[in-house]
Design a protein around this ligand. Structure first.
Ligand SMILES: Cc1cc2nc3c(=O)[nH]c(=O)nc-3n(C[C@H](O)[C@H](O)[C@H](O)COP(=O)(O)OP(=O)(O)OC[C@H]3O[C@@H](n4cnc5c(N)ncnc54)[C@H](O)[C@@H]3O)c2cc1C
Length: 414
């Protein structure tokens, strides 16, 4: 016989999305419970943040604890193609907002966040996985299974699904739908980095364009470890296919001189991991008594490091709207949540599509060489995650018009 519990809000998943939403609702006076399938720290990919997510951590009181962790400061990004460099510095971006953020080992980062929330009095249950949900009544009934096999039935007024790649409600409520993005793969690991260059060259995230449709990241952390991974066209990954994903990653790195020279004799500190078809989408972001936040709703592509920014943006907004609904106010979830998130998601989607078509890569290297710094500042704001600032022509219309015109111009000059 399952045990029973009652809370105001149940949050599924203790990643960044679950942490910010539970933090906000707890501070608003609600009884919140977070259930998390894993024991923390656990490995998760998604280590390069965007300045915009700092607003979200600040909004829920989680910035101070992060500032104490001495994470690697990220002040911009470096792109490398055919031996040429293109740098973006957030200091110089068009929108008002943060000009820096961090590069973080997510196992540590996510634990710091959720431990802080738990220290405020939020009930966080680790090794507790949601197995079933009934959203048909006035209250939501969620079944969770504990590590010892025991079960609890949790009755709540509202559920926030922040289960990331677990995609709990999309699976249980048949909300999943194929992403419109073409299938793309990724393979990655963490390495020691004894040949890390001194200063900014060694500290800054670097994206290496290997082919138009295959790129790799180098993300240095302050603990001396560096994340290296490839993403892109699955056909390229198939050429190196190996059941041993560590070996496959090393073989792939061996064919890219930029990483081979720095990492060929370094220790791989976690086994190589591969994700196939990482993009995900859903038919609906919300329903009666529940909402999907973070990766549980939509994930497009890692190329511009937008995942944690969307996870926290949606987590904070979902919590704010849930608060209003729980206080008896009418909430128009379609307009206030879905349309808002779509503005950001569709802007990044436009950039990501143009990235893989090659146009955006050409624009980056063109705007880097050209004297038009205003255009670069506007594009830089998008890369900083300020994709809701529609005064920016590179955000308005999801940036389509501005990118289209610029792309034509670049083709004429080339
Ligand atoms: C290859 C790759 C590289 C990426 N790089 C970046 C990057 O550089 N920067 C960036 O911002 N983003 C990046 N991302 C995206 C990033 O990983 C995600 O967007 C981010 O982790 C989403 O956070 P979240 O809180 O929604 O989910 P998660 O961080 O995935 O947290 C969800 C939690 O829910 C728990 N859970 C799952 N199922 C259940 C269940 N049944 N019951 C209870 N708990 C459950 C999980 O254990 C997990 O801890 C990358 C993604 C990929 C695929």
């Amino acid at each position: 016989m399952a045990k029973k519990e009652q809370v105001d809000v149940l949050v599924i998943g203790a990643g960044p999305s679950g942490s910010v939403s539970s933090a906000f609702l707890h501070r608003s006076g609600f009884k919140v419970k977070v259930v998390e399938k894993e024991r923390f720290p656990r490995f998760v990919i998604g280590e390069s943040l965007l300045p915009r997510c700092m607003d979200n951590f600040e909004a829920v009181g989680l910035l101070d604890v992060l500032k104490k962790q001495n994470y690697q400061i990220k002040v911009g990004a470096r792109f490398v193609r055919d031996g040429k460099d293109c740098w973006f510095d957030f200091e110089d971006h068009y929108s008002k907002g943060w000009t820096w953020t961090w590069q973080v080992p997510r196992g540590h980062f996510d634990k710091v966040l959720i431990d802080e929330v738990a220290s405020w009095g939020v009930d966080v249950a680790f090794e507790t996985a949601v197995t079933a949900v009934d959203t048909s009544g006035e209250r939501q009934l969620t079944t969770v299974r504990h590590a010892d096999g025991g079960e609890t039935l949790i009755e709540s007024k509202f559920v926030i699904d922040a289960s990331g790649y677990g995609r709990v409600l999309p699976r249980l409520l048949q909300l999943d739908q194929p992403s419109v993005m073409p299938p793309r793969s990724s393979i990655f690991s963490h390495f020691t980095d004894h040949r890390r260059p001194e200063g900014i060259l060694g500290e800054r995230i670097t994206l290496v364009i290997h082919r138009k449709d295959v790129w790799l990241w180098i993300i240095p952390f302050s603990n001396g470890i560096t994340s290296v991974g490839f993403a892109g066209n699955p056909d390229y990954f198939a050429m190196y296919d190996n059941d041993d994903k560590s070996k496959q990653l090393l073989d792939m790195m061996n064919d890219v001189p930029f990483v081979r020279e720095r990492f060929h004799d370094q220790e791989m500190v976690v086994p190589g991991m591969m994700l196939k078809t990482y993009s995900a989408s859903v038919k609906s972001f919300f329903g009666p008594g529940y909402v999907l936040a973070g990766n549980s709703s939509e994930f497009i592509d890692p190329v511009f490091s937008s995942g944690v920014t969307f996870a926290t943006e949606s987590g904070v907004l979902a919590a704010k709207l849930a608060k209003r609904q729980l206080n008896g106010e009418e909430v128009d979830w379609q307009t206030e949540y879905v349309m808002y998130m779509h503005q950001g998601i569709e802007t990044f989607r436009a950039y990501i599509n143009r990235w893989y078509e090659g146009d955006l890569q050409d624009i980056f290297f063109f705007s880097h060489d050209s004297a038009n710094s205003e255009i670069k500042r506007q594009i830089c704001s998008v890369l900083a995650g300020y994709v809701w600032d529609t005064s920016n022509p590179f955000v308005r219309d999801y940036g389509e018009r501005a990118l289209g015109s610029l792309s034509k111009l670049v083709k004429i000059y080339e």
